[in-house]
Ligand binder design. Structure first.
Ligand SMILES: Cc1cc2nc3c(=O)[nH]c(=O)nc-3n(C[C@H](O)[C@H](O)[C@H](O)COP(=O)(O)OP(=O)(O)OC[C@H]3O[C@@H](n4cnc5c(N)ncnc54)[C@H](O)[C@@H]3O)c2cc1C
Length: 380
């Protein structure tokens, strides 16, 4: 048993395993999977409040759920942006009406969300946002472009950070708006094809899109505070689930090394053992800092560690495969779909791990300024 997880939490593990065994494998439809999860009462268990169609459980049970979910190889979530980012933000900053309107369909898996922060020219430097939201009689008219918007092509709603005060600069004059995606002619979602061959993220163009006045969160001009609070919601519990996934990938790489004979190479053996030892270290560190905000550098340290760890695992996977790593599993005749196996996908997708959720350079700046007390870097 892990520390922080009680004997009762372990008993809960049996319930979780039974439910997952009865529902995974799934039918392949991500949207209906979200509804299945919602129907089982598994969405919103970490919100800390009840009454929105969700049930709240303690942190030990959240850990058990997240770990078992990963262990069962249950599907990647398409509802996580609503559940893990927007919902805690509404609980902290939303009005009672906003909570009553938006939390139940997140808990039931009926409404999916995307995050409209980044723009061309405003990624790491988010305060450079230029998307405008102009006040009109019953709400706001939004014009501008977002980019890298994960799952915008599946989402029903988008939370958008936009400039509501004309001529304002940087962090001032921004507002946090909840925008329905179904606005033909006013919202255009264009998928971006990645080197994995898939399109998880998109460009999103707003051309006079409408947001209702009552869907402004936290008051006009307070968007920066709301947006930062959303980014601050700890990854704690999901980090542990992520690590279960990492352990499964590492086991696949070890198998591939044994199969190819690369496991006989002392350098490869050394690298595999290092990956394993570092994964254990990350796990203990995540458990140590779970639910505590005392260590101000902890989220940045964790991000720096796992981002690079995962990239190294992808590189190692290609190394142990040898030249065969460059050949895909599918049909290579003209016109055949582009296919990757799990380890090729790991190698290519993990290039993004040191960028999203705050790049490595930005994490180091946070540690430099907030933990080491170095002078703040100059901003334009
Ligand atoms: C897989 C994936 C999913 C994403 N999903 C979403 C989403 O759903 N919604 C959303 O809004 N955004 C999303 N993003 C965007 C992500 O938040 C940005 O890519 C990230 O903030 C970096 O911004 P940028 O791409 O504009 O790069 P830039 O900010 O232009 O950075 C380019 C490079 O310069 C470095 N750099 C920038 N500023 C500094 C500095 N001051 N000091 C040192 N180095 C610096 C960066 O570290 C990076 O290496 C996603 C990105 C990825 C990769």
């Amino acid at each position: 048993m892990e520390f922080g997880v009680t004997a009762e939490d372990e008993a809960f593990r049996g319930e979780v395993r039974r439910w997952l065994a009865g529902h995974v494998p799934w039918d392949g439809d991500r949207r209906s999977w979200e509804r299945t999860l919602g129907g089982g009462g598994w969405i919103g268990i970490g919100w800390g409040v009840e009454g929105y169609g969700n049930r709240a459980v303690g942190i030990g049970r959240q850990v058990v759920w997240a770990e078992e979910y990963a262990r069962a190889r249950a599907p990647a979530r398409s509802g996580h942006i609503g559940e893990k980012l927007l919902a805690p933000t509404l609980i902290a900053h939303g009005s009672e009406e906003q909570k009553a309107r938006f939390l139940p369909p997140i808990a039931s898996g009926d409404e999916l969300w995307c995050q409209g922060y980044s723009e061309p020219g405003a990624g790491s430097d988010l305060a450079g946002i230029r998307t405008e939201a102009v006040r009109e009689a019953d709400g706001y008219r939004i014009s501008g472009q977002k980019i890298w918007t994960s799952l915008a092509h599946e989402a029903d709603w988008c939370f958008v950070l936009a400039r509501t005060e004309a001529g304002s600069r940087r962090h001032r004059g921004l507002s946090f708006l909840l925008v329905p995606m179904d606005q033909p002619g006013r919202i255009d979602v264009r998928p971006i094809r990645q080197m994995t061959g898939t399109s998880e993220f998109n460009e999103v163009f707003f051309d006079g899109a409408h947001a209702r006045a009552e869907h402004l969160v936290g008051g006009e001009g307070n968007g920066w505070q709301v947006a930062m609070s959303l980014l601050g919601f700890e990854r704690g519990v999901s980090t542990l689930a992520q690590q279960v996934g990492f352990a499964q990938e590492l086991a696949q790489v070890v198998d591939a090394a044994v199969a190819s004979g690369a496991a006989d190479d002392p350098v490869v053996r050394d690298l595999l053992v290092r990956q394993w030892a570092e994964l254990r270290t990350m796990r203990w560190n995540a458990l140590r800092t779970l639910g505590s905000s005392a260590d101000r550098g902890a989220p940045s340290v964790a991000k720096l560690m796992w981002g690079r760890w995962h990239q190294r695992l992808g590189e190692l996977a290609m190394r142990v495969r040898g030249a065969g790593a460059a050949v895909g599993p599918g049909d290579w005749s003209a016109g055949a779909p582009y296919e990757l196996d799990d380890l090729q996908h790991l190698f290519l997708f993990s290039r993004a791990d040191t960028i999203y959720g705050g790049s490595d350079e930005i994490q180091r700046t946070i540690i430099a300024e907030r933990v080491l007390g170095l002078p703040r870097e100059a901003k334009g």
